[in-house]
Design a protein around this ligand. Structure first.
Ligand code: RRO
Length: 368
């Protein structure tokens, strides 16, 4: 059997796949569905100090991606959530604890003071296993993405450090996607100064615009239609961020991958690039909590076919490109990916040609 066991910031997870903060994470009922699935942990919606309604509707839309199961999405939710006290309550924490799973709290304060206050409160709750501090929300009108400003990132982390939180709870930082090598380096240099336990790469690609050409308007209402791009659209950006951060961060800092995971194959790719665990966002939104069971099964199938017993055997082991290897594709005996994209198009074309030939022969037979 293949084991999906892993650790994130020293916290043990039976399954390396769990939910991203955001989709289906706002209520205790939704969190409990994650807890009762095969997800390895339960991660809350990013909390603010007070509850808030978020941006006007419609603020989330998904879009098909080719012919597969995987979809892309755009959102400008604007941090709708029930406030920190809800997500640190016994009932919320039980969504993980009742199922023997780590409960991870996500916070995204509207100010540094709010973040410090929320961290202080969360530190007193024993069953919160870890905290993900989201410094990458792209959807708050008039608020910049903190982690794009490396000076501000450092001062936030200094204040957080002074609070003493690093010794009380494993703390991770949710990062925005970076696109330029100097930015990866600058960000990692700041993060490496602090006893951070993990980073999550990446949040959505901020301020994208999806246009509905028929109605000649944006697909979502808030912020003039600008929102965070996610799902299949961003997998390759997310993989690059996982890979870069794994290379640049101190080895003690785990990297959690998120972005475009909707099959075991996607999870495998994130781990190959260095992720110790993988979160699922858009696909969880579309499919519900059963996606964790499916993706976990698909990942196990891939591992069995490739002869890996643990994720550590291939984690971070993306090979350098070699021409000879590029043409050596594996043939799997079992389906490994939940998307139809896994079906080889050349095989499909041959099957269709054969079917057409049979139909033509039958018609010819009838007519003669
Ligand atoms: O709530 C949101 O609009 C939101 C958040 Br907090 C985030 O971190 N990333 C995102 O795409 N949306």
């Amino acid at each position: 059997m293949a084991s999906l066991h892993t650790t994130v910031g020293g916290v043990a997870l039976e399954c390396c796949i769990y939910n991203a903060s955001g989709p289906r994470t706002g209520s205790i009922e939704a969190l409990a569905k994650i807890g009762s699935s095969r997800a390895g942990a339960v991660l809350s919606k990013s909390a603010t100090l007070q509850g808030q309604d978020g941006n006007p509707l419609p603020r989330y839309k998904e879009m098909p991606l080719g012919s597969g199961r995987c979809v892309g999405s755009i959102n400008s939710e604007g941090l709708p959530n029930k406030g920190i006290n809800y997500y640190i309550s016994d009932a919320a924490v039980a969504a993980g604890a009742d199922f023997g799973k780590p409960y991870i709290l996500s916070i995204s304060g509207l100010s540094l003071a709010n973040n410090l206050e929320m961290l202080s409160r969360a530190a007193t709750v024993p069953l919160i296993s870890a905290i993900e501090l989201n410094l990458a929300c792209p959807n708050l009108p008039d608020k910049p993405i903190i982690a794009y400003d490396f000076g501000q990132l450092e001062s936030v982390l200094t204040e957080v450090h002074n609070l003493g939180i690093f010794v009380r709870k494993p703390l991770g930082i949710k990062l925005p996607p970076y696109f330029d090598m100097p930015h990866f380096k600058e960000c990692a240099a700041v993060l490496n100064k602090f006893p951070i336990k993990f980073v999550t790469c990446t949040n959505t690609i901020g301020n994208a615009l999806v246009v509905d050409w028929e109605t000649e308007q944006p697909l979502i209402a808030p912020k003039g239609g600008f929102g965070g791009l996610a799902g299949g659209f961003i997998k390759h950006t997310a993989l690059a961020n996982v890979k870069q951060m794994r290379q640049l961060l101190r080895p003690e800092i785990d990297v959690v991958g998120v972005g475009g995971v909707c099959s075991g194959k996607d999870a495998f790719e994130h781990i190959l690039c260095g992720a110790t665990a993988v979160q699922v966002g858009t696909c969880h939104w579309t499919e519900g909590a059963s996606c964790f069971d499916r993706i976990a099964r698909e990942l196990e199938t891939i591992m069995l076919e490739k002869g890996y017993k643990t994720i550590d055997e291939f984690r971070g082991k993306l090979r350098a490109y070699e021409k000879a290897r590029a043409n050596k594709k594996l043939t799997f005996s079992a389906p490994v990916a939940g998307d139809f994209g896994s079906i080889r198009t050349d095989v499909l074309a041959k099957v269709i040609a054969l079917l057409l030939a049979i139909i033509a022969a039958l018609i010819f037979d009838r007519m003669t």
